[in-house]
Write a protein that binds this ligand. Sequence first.
Ligand code: GRF
Length: 251
Amino acid sequence: MRVCVLISGRGSNMEALIGGADNYTVEMVISNKPDAPGLKVAERLGIPCIVRESLHEIEYILYKMRPDLVCMAGFMRILPAHVTDEYRVMNIHPSLLPKYPGLRAVKQALDDGAVYSGCTVHFADSGVDTGKIIAQDIVAVERDDTAETLAARILEREHKLYVEAVRWYAGLSDAKEMPELFSNAREIASIAITDRPTYIERYDTAHRFGHEKPDTPTYVATTPGDPQSLVCERIIRLAEPDGNLDRIGYL
Ligand code: GRF
């Protein structure tokens, strides 16, 4: 599977994706910022890099390359709907979406007094950090955390989660046909609300709950105090286990 990574800055997630490539290859890195430090990292790792400052030009490169997957990794632009419709696009975000979308997500969590936060890998659409959730990981907030210390702990998890998600997607072509999923999100949410951080995993036609991070996507996370409506939204936004976004699984 051929992956194109879009960056705007440091590129640590890009580096993790390049380092974690086994059933996929990172064939190109595109930056919309000529001075993005990640460009030097990609060059050092021998990955072809292109700088294009306008989205139009980036679209043209994608059109020429036709990647199987586009990974946004700290890419600070929103891709228009015709691009996210044309290509399968993933993004990583430093919060448990749909909480704290947009900029300064880690600071938003701290300012909100959150006891837990984390990170989310999701399929991107043309919204800000919207789209189907593939996987989440939970990070506890410590009492003396600053935005920097918390972001650093979340970032460590991001690097692992993003690689797992891309490997999962790359492996889908081998996956057997999945049965239709019909569930009641509200019912699942009411069972899921517990006094401990919990991962909700899709498993065949059902859902599994656990306190350990599952080995394979797709799953979402819930933490103590999350309102039922939020857990419900996460479950509704959980991607199909076969990566199919078109099927309506929840009625
Ligand atoms: C990460 O925290 C990612 O979740 C967010 O932007 C940051 C990019 O960091 N979307 P890096 O460029 O991958 O180091």
